[in-house]
Ligand binder design. Structure first.
Ligand code: IVH
Length: 676
């Protein structure tokens, strides 16, 4: 075996520490310290050294996070200190009872408050991690609390779990406990991949985390974006123990663990209650699921005095949030027709309270989803509503299928206009082929035309469009400009004043921009950004109508599909007649002087906007940047040219700073725009 030169060993150790530090910044602190490309280069260098000198390889090397050879089975692990569970409090009174019981047991005088640490109750899988002299030696599941399974190979792949502790005062023996969980975005990603492969999906992030940890092949675990937060200590030997739970969490954080950022100290039970309410409001916006709050007595000596009952400590309790999954019955399926004719099956459900709201509808997306779920009308289903996403049918409880359950038949004719339904090869969506002849598509097209980012007709909401069409007052968007206050004044809830206001805003919408007009037409695949790209590159509507497929595709960001839809729409005589009628009615915009536009001073640049803006709206800032040729991206990366950060900017600002990307505030941004 090749002798390792001292210099190589030093270089290796240094590189390993550096990579572990960057890993910690990225996965524990959420503050990337170097660009990904730089990290990858370091990792390759480390792997080269390990290949050349295999004796160098140590278990705390960041190269060991990719997973190893599959195991035949999981071996069992006995927990030296049992892993307990928590009692639950289902309401305010039960939490008050908990506080009262503690005060009585500890003989706390009336009026004196107990200090509690409040923590989000992460919805994942409990884990025990054992460290000897700061090195991770074992990871285990909770199992029945006494005996769990050895999942060391799997936990090693989780980037927020330190393989080696850093910092001072590290105990000889440390057993850390915490929750391994899957952020919602990771859950969506895994399920999307499962759908693409025709595999079964996971019902929720907790099941997906559990399934990912149960893999005998740690390479599979490595491919799942799992995270871990530490929340307590099982064993602690050979160092000074802190006095409080909060201090203990602080130490764990110093040694390299991720600690949930919302952990807070509360003096007394009413502060605990406000924390609960505050977190309940925040719950939907968090990037991961939480199912409640855990309250823990902060003073560790008091915790010891309180001790345990059966399987739960007396010093802690979980206060649950409303469940994010509930069972209900699928009563029927209706098929809705959208603006582009897309037919969406919508599940009509027996109303159920889930994730804090009553849900009676859920989308079933498309025919493939119906087949994948194997769902029938009459079935009992699990509805999941978490975060801001629309409620989903997460699974079907097949053993509860009633005898009278009937299959869902996807319609062959449009339920609104009876035109044939077509599904293009390779597309998941089936569409009504009726175009604007279809009443549903026509109404949706008018709603889109009037919407804020399109023609921006103030006061013309969805309900009113439906009413105008149903009463025969308009048929196409062009008819809007023929309306008069007298014609509409008699409609439901439409007084003379509001009738006149509506007519005024219809008139005001006539002065628009080419980009908005193109977007308003509702051409498939032409969103706001494509509308702008087209306007900027062609300057006038005539030039776009005249452009052939090749000319359209010469423009950046316009591919063959988008080009096809633009041409298809603008060569259709019915559509052209509407465009003509709109211009006749006075809809107008300033054509763009291409010689000036082409100079696009920010072409090739990528800008990111974050935080609040006072003077200019975010949309306006985006429009201006795009008009100058810049791309406006949603996240900061090494490719970002400039970040505009307003008050309240968070992780994007930190990331930009760590990547040395220039940052300006709104005032500087406005000054900059005036200068270009
Ligand atoms: S403390 C003895 N803190 O909730 C105390 N548990 O039954 C043990 N959990 O399976 C748990 N977040 O995995 C604690 N901040 C938190 C937690 C938490 C989630 C889980 C834990 C356990 C279950 C409680």
């Amino acid at each position: 075996m090749a002798q390792i030169p001292e210099q190589v060993r030093n270089q290796y150790e240094q590189l390993k520490d550096e990579l572990n530090r960057h890993n910690h910044s990225y996965y524990v602190l959420d503050e990337p310290s170097i660009p990904d490309s730089e990290y990858d280069r370091g990792m390759r260098r480390l792997q080269d050294l390990e290949q050349q000198y295999p004796q160098l390889l140590s278990p705390d090397s960041p190269s060991q996070r990719v997973g190893g050879a599959p195991l035949p089975t999981f071996s069992q692990v006995a927990h030296d200190v049992p892993m307990l569970s928590l009692d639950n409090a289902f309401n305010k009174e039960e939490l008050q009872d908990f506080d009262r019981r503690i005060s009585e047991r500890l003989n706390i005088k009336d009026g004196e408050q107990i200090e509690y640490v409040c923590e989000p109750k992460l919805d994942g899988v409990a884990v025990s991690l054992l460290y000897h002299d700061g090195l991770l030696v074992r990871g285990a599941t909770r199992g029945d609390g006494k005996v769990g399974e050895d999942i060391t190979a799997n936990v090693r792949t989780i980037r927020s779990i330190p393989l080696k502790l850093s910092g001072d005062g590290i105990p000889e023996l440390l057993e850390v406990r915490g929750e391994i969980y899957l952020p919602r975005a990771g859950f969506e990603k895994i399920n999307a991949a499962a759908i693409a492969q025709g595999d079964k999906t996971f019902v929720n992030p907790r099941n997906a985390a559990a399934g990912s940890l149960r893999q005998l092949d740690s390479k599979i675990t490595a491919s799942r974006p799992l995270e871990m937060c530490a929340y307590s200590v099982g064993q602690f030997k050979g160092a000074v123990t802190p006095d409080t739970h909060l201090h203990m969490l602080g130490l764990l954080g110093d040694w390299g663990f991720k600690i949930n950022r919302y952990v807070e100290l509360a003096g007394g039970v009413s502060a605990c209650e406000s924390y609960y309410e505050q977190m309940q409001e925040r719950r939907d916006q968090l990037p991961y699921d939480i199912d409640g709050i855990v309250y823990k007595v902060n003073d560790l000596r008091l915790q010891q005095r309180l001790g345990f009952v059966a399987k739960a400590p007396r010093w802690a309790i979980a206060r649950k949030f409303p469940a994010q999954e509930e069972m209900t019955q699928l009563l029927d399926v209706e098929f809705q027709v959208g603006r582009t004719g897309a037919i969406t099956p919508v599940a009509r459900l027996a109303p159920v309270f889930v994730g804090g709201v009553t849900v009676s509808n859920a989308t079933l997306h498309n025919g493939d989803e119906i087949a994948r779920l194997g769902i029938c009308i009459g079935d009992t289903v699990i509805i999941r509503r978490a975060g801001d996403v629309i409620p989903q049918v997460a699974a079907v409880v097949k053993d509860k299928r009633p005898a009278e359950a009937r299959p869902i038949v996807f319609p062959e004719a449009c339920p609104v206009c009876q035109s044939p339904v077509r599904r293009l090869e390779g597309e998941a969506v089936a569409r009504c082929s009726g175009g604007l002849f279809c009443g549903a598509q026509n109404k949706e097209a008018i709603k889109h035309f009037a919407s804020r980012k399109a023609m921006d007709i103030d006061g013309l909401g969805d309900k009113l469009v439906e009413l105008l069409v149903d009463k025969g007052l308009i048929y196409s968007v062009a008819d809007l400009y023929e309306l008069s206050a007298e014609k509409i004044a008699g409609l439901e809830r439409m007084g003379e004043k509001s009738a006149q206001n509506l007519i005024d805003s219809i008139a005001a919408s006539k002065q628009t921009s080419l980009a908005k007009f193109l977007f308003a037409l509702g051409i498939r695949e032409v969103g706001e950004a494509t509308g702008q790209t087209l306007a900027r590159n062609f300057g006038s509507l005539e030039a776009i109508i005249d452009a052939d497929l090749e000319t359209l595709q010469e423009v950046d960001d316009i591919g063959p599909v988008v080009a096809y839809h633009i041409r298809d729409f603008l060569r259709n005589p019915d559509n052209l007649a509407i465009v003509h009628a709109l211009r006749e009615a006075g809809v107008t915009w300033d054509d763009i002087d291409l010689s000036a536009e082409n100079s696009q001073p920010l072409k090739g640049q990528t800008w990111v906007l974050t935080g609040a803006m006072d003077v200019m709206s975010r949309a306006e800032a985006k429009d201006k940047l795009q008009a100058l040729g810049a791309k406006v991206a949603g996240s900061v990366s090494a490719k970002t040219t400039q970040l505009v950060a307003g008050p309240g900017a968070g992780s994007k600002l930190t990331k930009a700073q760590s990547l040395d990307i220039p940052v300006m505030n709104e005032e500087q941004f406005i000054a900059f725009l005036q200068g270009v």
